[in-house]
Design a protein around this ligand. Structure first.
Ligand code: GTP
Ligand code: SPV
Ligand code: MN
Length: 587
């Protein structure tokens, strides 16, 4: 285990509060994990799936009221409101502890408290960070085992240091009225109460690797971002890396694992996945921006994942994977979700636990935010650099979201400052990844609205400061939109693997090889600069996808101005200047 006095002191305090019957340190490796899996199955918490077709795979259903992140119940608690800013829910931190302690008091009576030490980042890396989550849920333990580098090795990495994130998770009775997902960045602490859904309780993920880490990054001069990381290898064997920030359920996992269209495969292009959700970015010794993925697995959206859209993700889920809120196919004890194939099972249990039959179904078999938790090393295209503590150097950063009309297929920012403007003004239609209405356009700067652990205006300033430090070594910044629709509401762009065609233009721009035209919003490819060989769309369609409707963009600029008003005096003046430039360009 450990002799770290800071760890013991804190665990004693927490034990006194939550009063578990038993404390189990999850530091014993594979045998212990096996025993926990067996216990989860024996108690009915999880179901063992067909061990021939899906070896090592388990199924879990959450409570019906606990299927997504809950932004309204998520808080950044600091001494001053100014620290959390206008886009976060805030309560003064001592007041929040006073509110939460009575809920946590005795929360683990009759239960076991699992001590889960975990490392975000590569073991041995100077940039990795340690957390310890105290949880009463075996489901959380087993997910953390996949999603992080978990166990004794994390404690060894911590040594005697007091520098770890102190996490408490109490399932309680999963009461949504009393649900709290609370980050205390000044204390390096996270408390999750009354939930068992992934993003709320797998604390290494959004709570630590984004909310707490973004705060740490601001203090320490690096960035924690909601970004995938992928490498594109050309026929000469050279690999260029890009990151992309899209809001939840807007295509990060899919882009991170894309399979190039045949025309590029034939030439010898390959795509490597370094990460599908979170990037930690630092300036390297060479002055460039380098990225690591602090996670060790994928917590991916199941619906829509199939052999055509994302065969790599599907392959990654074929063993040692936990499925949550998908349908249980009773015929062969496997899983099913909408968009997996065209053969919905006749004899199934839906995500709510009710009998479900494909031919007579009136409701969805899987929840739209049902997920798989799969080890990264299962993925056929996982990057050889996945475990490299140095990470990978970034050539381009891409922003994007779901916009039915406004945003074109792709455009490039004029420079870093303009790129920060583009990221800060991102907007996207909401998805099932968070509780609330779906399909409503909202501003989601850098896809970080629900994940930035401090004042968003300070966050914009931090981006600008990083750009100053990077100078001419800064990655180029782009914006993409795979989700433009026609008058019938169908997606116009084929998307998925064909997004490679857009990435090729982006890399061409980074290499100074691809052509572009300047528009009111930035640089765009000419329609013929996007390779559509082998697609059944025309150059005219591409022109349409690239069109910038000035009237729509005037409305957009008004929306941006209104959004920026939230930040008052704190908004960096560079961003206001960019907005004024956009307004002028649209006249
Ligand atoms: P989080 O894990 O919530 O952060 O989501 P994500 O950004 O990783 O999104 P993901 O790749 O899981 O995609 C979410 C949904 O978008 C799935 O239903 C996909 O089928 C769909 N999707 C992804 N890429 C594309 C695309 O290029 N075009 C279209 N039309 N849909 C896409
Ligand atoms: C997201 O919602 O952006 C996710 C899933 O990646 S969760 O872990 O719930 O945050
Ligand atoms: Mn995400």
């Amino acid at each position: 285990m450990t002799n770290n006095p800071h760890v013991f002191k804190w665990i004693e305090e927490m034990k006194e509060l939550v009063k578990p019957d038993k404390v189990v340190w999850v530091t014993e490796g594979e045998e212990q994990i096996k025993a926990l899996r067996a216990e989860a199955v024996a108690t009915g918490l999880m179901e063992e799936l067909n061990q021939e077709k899906l070896p090592g795979c388990l199924l879990h259903r959450t409570k019906v009221n606990d299927v997504a992140r809950v932004e309204a119940r998520t808080f950044i608690c600091t001494t001053k409101k100014e620290m959390a800013g206008p886009t976060n829910n805030w309560v003064e931190k001592d007041e929040m502890y006073a509110r939460l302690r009575p809920l946590a008091d005795g929360a683990m009576k009759g239960r076991t408290m699992y001590v889960v030490p975990y490392c975000m980042g590569q073991i041995g890396s100077p940039f990795a960070k340690i957390g310890i989550e105290l949880t009463d849920s075996i489901y959380v333990v087993l997910n953390m085992e996949i999603m992080t580098r978990m166990g004794q090795k994390a404690l060894d990495q911590l040594g005697d240091s007091a520098d770890f994130v102190k996490g408490l998770h109490c399932s309680l009775d999963v009461d949504e009225e009393q649900r709290y997902i609370v980050q205390f960045p000044e204390d390096n602490a996270i408390w999750s109460l009354n939930s068992n859904y992934g993003g709320n309780v797998l604390q290494g993920k959004k709570c630590f690797a984004l909310r707490i880490a973004s705060w740490q990054g601001k203090e320490e001069g690096w960035m924690a971002e909601h970004m995938l990381i992928l490498g594109i290898e050309n026929p000469e064997g050279e690999i260029k890396y890009v990151t992309a920030a899209f809001p939840s359920a807007c295509g990060k996992t899919n882009l991170a694992m894309l399979i190039p269209p045949e025309l590029y495969q034939k030439k010898g292009y390959k795509v490597w996945c370094v990460g599908d959700d979170i990037a930690w970015l630092r300036i390297g010794k060479d002055g460039r921006l380098w990225a690591v993925n602090p996670e060790n697995g994928f917590f991916g959206v199941a619906p829509g994942t199939n052999a055509k859209s994302n065969p790599n993700a599907l392959a990654a889920t074929m063993k040692n994977t936990i499925f949550t809120n998908v349908a249980h196919n009773l015929d062969d004890n496997t899983v099913w979700w909408e968009g997996l194939d065209k053969n919905p099972p006749e004899n199934a249990i839906d995500w709510k636990g009710n009998p479900w039959s494909g031919s007579s179904a009136t409701e969805k078999a899987a929840h739209p935010n049902s997920r798989f938790t799969a080890p990264a090393k299962n993925c056929p295209c996982v990057s050889p650099k996945f475990d490299d503590p140095e990470g990978v150097p970034i050539s381009a950063m891409i922003f994007g979201g779901r916009r039915a009309k406004t945003a074109p297929l792709v455009y490039q920012s004029r420079d870093w400052k303009h790129g920060v403007f583009v990221g800060s003004t991102m907007a996207s239609e909401t998805t099932a990844a968070a509780a609330g209405a779906v399909g409503v356009v909202r501003r989601d700067p850098m896809a970080m609205l629900p994940f930035c652990g401090y004042h968003m205006a300070d966050y914009f300033q931090h981006w600008l400061d990083m750009g100053e430090k990077l100078g001419d070594k800064a990655p180029k910044i782009f914006n993409v939109n795979w989700f433009r629709t026609d008058d019938e509401g169908h997606f116009i762009w084929p998307g998925f693997g064909d997004n490679m065609r857009v990435l090729m233009w982006i890399l061409g721009r980074c290499a100074g090889e691809a052509d572009a035209v300047e528009t009111a919003i930035g640089y765009e490819p000419k329609p013929e600069d996007i390779n559509i060989e082998g697609l059944d769309i025309t150059k005219e369609t591409v022109a349409d996808l690239l069109s910038v409707d000035k009237e729509l963009w005037k409305t957009e600029a008004e929306g941006i101005r209104e959004f920026y008003q939230k930040f008052g005096e704190k908004l960096p003046k560079e961003l206001m200047a960019e907005l004024e430039k956009l307004e002028k360009n649209l006249e």
